[in-house]
Write a protein that binds this ligand. Structure first.
Ligand SMILES: O=C(CO)[C@@H](O)[C@H](O)[C@H](O)[C@H](O)COP(=O)(O)O
Length: 217
């Protein structure tokens, strides 16, 4: 049996008991929903206060003219794009906040990767684009991606507020001095990690907007 066959045996069986397959899918969906709900509770219990402090510092930076620069690889690149998109379109009558995802400029991403190496792809962009009052937000599931580690060190050297969102045990991101606020989702499932990370940055986004709304009144 191949890996794919063992993952989806009902697709390859001669006869399928549809009721049994549906029961299996339903039980698996319910188990995953319980798992992610519990994981989100754990993250909130461990990091709720730190999330609020981080959001307060992010709001201060935005209020002072700072911009947000986000980055990540693979699935975390799509999350980094979502982070920038959320702040760019805050809704609720708030002005768009300046935010840019470092994977967006494909010409720069491919040139840096091709000419120098993928490890510098975010650090070099931060060196070119960032100002000391800005905010760097990097997402990784493993916490080990070399281009993120280099980016946090570059951002830290330049005086940016640095926010890391990692999974598992935080990986090498947990060893860095250059991350001001690190939020780690303690799960061994990459799927659950990415789901809970989505909640982490949505919470940050909502708390920052609350702060900025308060400043506007
Ligand atoms: O989305 C997934 C897994 O769900 C993959 O695309 C994953 O993001 C990529 O393998 C990344 O390169 C992994 O990097 P990282 O999250 O460990 O920093």
């Amino acid at each position: 049996m191949t890996d794919v066959e063992s993952l989806y045996p009902f697709l390859y069986a001669d006869k399928v008991d549809l009721g049994a397959v549906l029961a299996q899918v339903s039980a698996s969906t319910a188990a995953k929903a319980r798992e992610i709900t519990e994981l989100r509770r754990r993250v909130l219990a461990a990091d709720g206060d730190r999330l609020a402090r981080c959001a307060a510092e992010m709001a201060e930076r935005f209020a002072a003219g700072g911009r947000l620069l986000s980055f990540g690889n693979g699935g975390s690149a799509t999350d980094a794009q979502e982070v920038a998109g959320l702040f760019l379109s805050p809704g609720g009558g708030l002005r768009p906040l300046p935010a840019f995802c470092l994977t967006n400029d494909i010409a720069v991403v491919t040139a840096l990767s091709n000419d120098i190496g993928f490890d510098v792809v975010f650090a070099r962009q931060l060196a070119a684009l960032s100002r000391p009052g800005d905010i760097a937000v990097g997402l990784s599931t493993s916490g080990n991606s070399a281009n993120l580690l280099a980016a946090f060190d570059e951002a830290g050297r330049r005086g940016l507020l640095t926010v890391g969102i990692a999974g598992y045990d935080g990986g090498r991101m947990a060893e860095l001095d250059s991350i001001d606020h690190l939020f780690t989702v303690p799960s061994a499932s990459v799927h659950r990690v990415q789901e809970a990370q989505t909640t982490v940055y949505h919470v940050l986004w909502e708390l920052v907007l609350d702060r900025l709304r308060g400043d506007d009144q």
